[in-house]
Design a protein around this ligand. Structure first.
Ligand code: OGA
Ligand code: NI
Length: 378
């Protein structure tokens, strides 16, 4: 091998290690072009997928609005439940307003996350780990050890339960991070459980008696959700010099029952609605809630876990906070027995978190592959 070739190979591997440090780190060098590592094949780029055009991309979609205060009012609840059912069937997404979580809890979460990502690389890098089971993981792209093309995102994933055991692993800097995350995690968990009660009712499933679960004999789905898994993902998308060439997150569906997403004022989230990618109109302070794979399975396909992705832009950075909720990791998920009959045969095989982790560790989870893999062919 000639000395020149050795030099080239060394440069290439140096570049590769730069990308592993994330997009925030990359952008600190004031780049004018998107490096090749982030450039998607033409048919996967945001301007080209599903035949959309630029005008369509700029048009903002207002998601079906669900008013949590209406869900809590005995007078308004029946109508709110019907809207909830329609939203979960037709969009797989809705926007939750009047949710009752104090503004301060929400603004502190955005603020502490912004300050976390604002820290020097060395501080953030303390939490880098390729171990999928680690209670805290800082990283970049979608699956940074598998992705051929990287996406324009850095993230911090925090396991929220069991809180006494995991909290000591959470980032200790900024100094208020643990307090803010703990309070945000508790509030979103409570809200998730309340939305799930409404979802069960909207599916026509028996409601739990106070202190009791429902559906299954082993304590019921609500009891198991109460002690279930909760993961918080904070996403940071720096401004991108050529946003049409890449994505903040590739098309994916979320694995749990529901995801509660806080997107601030900068648009970026797109959902696949019909055959089109549409950009969701942000409502500051509200939650975008979406049906995950586990709820699609539990509802035997009635509620849809819909593909979504994230656009980046050239002027502003964007932060979002997603909390993903499901059953305890060791529990398996199956369609609710009440939703299966001769006219509605079981459409999914049982699944659990371990099989999901095994699946995403073995391939690039860029499409709705996992859920597809759980479908029973009729
Ligand atoms: C996610 C996600 C969307 C966003 O974290 O799973 O889809 O707008 N995030 O950041
Ligand atoms: Ni998602």
């Amino acid at each position: 091998m000639s000395p020149a070739m050795v030099g080239t190979a060394a440069e290439a591997s140096d570049d590769e290690s730069q990308f592993q440090k994330g997009v925030k780190h990359l952008c600190e060098k004031a780049i004018l072009r998107v490096p090749g590592k982030y450039i998607l094949p033409v048919h996967e780029r945001p301007g080209r997928a599903y035949g959309e055009d630029a005008a369509m991309r700029r048009k903002l979609l207002s998601l079906p609005l669900i008013d949590f205060a209406e869900l809590r009012s005995s007078l308004d609840r029946p109508r709110a439940l019907r809207s909830l059912a329609t939203a979960c069937e037709q969009y797989g997404f809705f926007q939750l307003v009047n949710h009752g979580i104090p503004d301060e809890v929400i603004s502190s979460m955005i603020d502490a996350s912004t300050r976390f990502f604002g820290q020097p690389y060395e501080e953030r890098a303390k939490y880098m780990s390729s171990d999928m089971t680690s209670p805290v993981r800082y990283g970049t792209s979608f699956n940074q050890s598998k992705d051929k093309v990287f996406c324009w995102r850095d993230f911090l994933k925090i396991t929220c339960e069991p809180m006494p055991q995991v909290l000591p692993h959470w980032p200790s800097s900024p100094t208020d991070m643990r307090r803010v995350v703990a309070s945000y995690a508790k509030e979103t968990k409570y809200l998730f459980l309340k939305i799930m009660e409404a979802i069960l009712e909207s599916l026509g499933l028996p409601l739990p008696a106070p202190g009791r679960g429902c559906v299954a004999e082993d304590g019921g789905i609500m009891d198991r959700l109460q002690e279930g898994s909760q993961m918080m993902v904070t996403n940071f998308y720096p401004p991108c010099p050529e946003p049409d060439l890449t994505l903040g997150m590739p098309p994916h569906s979320d694995y749990g029952f529901l995801t509660l997403l806080l997107q601030d004022r900068v648009p970026g989230l797109q959902i696949l609605h019909g055959d089109n990618w549409v950009t969701v109109k942000p409502i500051p302070g509200s939650f975008v809630v979406n049906v995950g794979d586990h709820l699609e399975i539990f509802s035997n396909g009635r509620y849809k876990s819909v593909l979504h992705r994230v656009l980046v832009n050239s002027t502003e950075s964007r932060i979002s906070v997603a909390t993903l909720h499901s059953l305890p990791k060791e529990c398996s998920i199956s369609p609710a027995l009440e939703l299966i009959d001769e006219g509605n045969p079981r459409r999914y095989m049982d699944t659990d978190f371990a099989s999901f982790l095994a699946y995403i560790s073995s391939c690039e989870p860029k499409k709705k592959n996992f859920l597809e893999s759980r479908k029973l062919s009729s």
